[in-house]
Structure formats: C-alpha cells, structure tokens
Design a protein around this ligand. Structure first.
Ligand SMILES: C[S@@+](CC[C@H](N)C(=O)[O-])C[C@H]1O[C@@H](n2cnc3c(N)ncnc32)[C@H](O)[C@@H]1O
Length: 240
C-alpha cells in the first residue's frame, strides 16, 4: 500500500489513521521511547526562531507539534489542521488539558488544499506526515504558499537510512518489531506494516532538501536525529 499515490493513497491513509487514532499517542511513545515529543519541540523551536506571529502545523494528528508551536514565545496563535475528525477531536482535547485551547485553533482540513490565503503564517511545520500525502510536491507547494515571505518551513520526518552501523538494526526494528507492537498495542498490524514501507518509498534527506529548494525556498538545510532515522528539514520562503 505504501506504493500507492493520488486518491487511492489518500483513501487508504484516511482509513488507516481513523482506525488507530485512539492508540496513536501510545504507539508513538512506545515506538520512539518517548523521543518523538523532544523531536517535535526541536522542530517548533527551529521553525519559530526569531519570528513573531501565527504558526501552522499541517496534518497535526493528535496535535503535539501544534501545541509545541503554541508554547513558543513569538507565536501568538498556532493552527493545527488534519484530514480526520477523529484526530482533530483528540488534538482539541489535548490542547484543553494542557491549558492551550485559547492559543490554538485545531481544524479539519486537507493539506493538499490548505484553507488559508497566501502568506498567512510566519512558520509552517509538518511532523511525520508528508510520507502519507497523496502528492508530496503538491503538499510542499501548499506549505510554501501559506508561509509569509521570510517565513520558515520545517519538516520532521522518518528518513530512509542508506547504511552505517544503525541501518540494519533499524530495518529489523521497523519491519519486524513495530508491526508486532502495532498488532499487540493498537490491534492493527497492517497500519504498522505500512509505516516502515512508507519510509522505503520516501525521498532520502538530500532529495527532500532538493525538493524544498525546487519549491523556491532558500537557506535549505537538514539535521538528522534519532540515530539517523529521523530528519528535520527547513527552508525560508524568500522575502519580497
Ligand atoms: C503519522 S500521522 C502524524 C501526526 C502528527 N503530525 C504527529 O507528528 O504525530 C499523519 C497524519 O496525517 C494526516 N493526514 C493524512 N493525509 C492528510 C491530508 N491530505 N491532509 C491533512 N492531514 C492528512 C492523518 O490523518 C494523520 O493524522
């Protein structure tokens, strides 16, 4: 299923995440040893650094990255958008529990057609989401469109590992242990079989950086985290 594109992929992905929404946070914590929250904090810090105004987190899921943005000093409002009402409901509940409901706006919407005017946000993020988009180039174009000139795009994603000491170990972990965890914890082995396969189909870090530059972003860079399995990419929309 990871090889799907377009509408077929979108339908498959929507069904998959609707099925695991209730166990999504627990699985993230188990799979990453709790590290996913630190990676999201790093992403929010880098995305918002030196900027003042509203922020957007695309495909926010249960809202961790949108809430991390809401906690950043320069961010006056954090919008989190997700395709699935089940995810949006969880993100809203989390914002309320953490006392951030007033500073956040969590909404249902499609990353491929963001319901915002051009140049709306000082920073636009996405976390572990671009792999799931029906059209990666189109999703990047939408993120760049709604960023203000001089604003920053930051993308946190799993990244294919090309080799090195950890690659074989991660491959075993992702392809064998994670689906087993998915079956036992989320009652859904197929969702967590799709996950490692979706990484295999995702562009490597240099290729994704090239795609950001190809969208006209400047000062593009990336940094690996999670022993090389996770990558944080960034770029600036050129000032006018
Ligand atoms: C792996 S989860 C990531 C959630 C969250 N960003 C995180 O880091 O935990 C992928 C999310 O992408 C959402 N999604 C998939 N396709 C989407 C689309 N076209 N527009 C908006 N959200 C989408 C799914 O509903 C799901 O919540």
């Amino acid at each position: 299923m990871a090889e799907l594109t377009g509408e077929a992929k979108q339908r498959y992905v929507a069904g998959l995440f609707a099925g695991i929404a209730g166990r999504y946070d627990l699985m993230n914590t188990l799979m990453t040893g709790g590290r996913h929250l630190a990676w999201k904090e790093t992403t929010a810090r880098l995305a918002s650094q030196g900027l003042t105004g509203p922020a957007l987190d695309v495909a926010t899921g249960t809202g961790d990255l949108a809430l991390a943005l809401a906690r950043r000093p320069g961010i006056d409002r954090a919008v989190g958008l997700d395709l699935l009402p089940q995810m949006v409901e969880q993100a809203r509940a989390k914002a309320a529990t953490k006392g951030l409901a007033e500073k956040t706006d969590i909404t249902v919407g499609d990353a491929m057609m963001l319901p915002f005017p051009d140049d709306s946000f000082v920073c636009v993020t996405s976390g572990f989401s671009l792999r799931n988009m029906p059209d990666l180039t189109g999703a990047l174009a939408e993120m760049a469109r709604v960023a203000q000139p001089g604003g920053r795009i930051a993308i946190l994603e799993l990244t294919p590992m090309k080799g090195g000491p950890w690659a074989a170990l991660f491959r075993f972990y992702f392809h064998r242990a994670v689906p087993l965890m998915g079956r036992l914890v989320a009652g859904n082995a197929s969702a967590y079989t799709y996950l490692p396969r979706s990484v295999d189909y995702f562009p490597d870090a240099d290729t994704l950086a090239g795609m950001l530059s190809g969208r006209g972003l400047i000062d593009v860079g990336y940094r690996r985290m999670g022993l090389g399995a996770v990558c944080l990419h960034w770029g600036i929309k050129p000032p006018r």
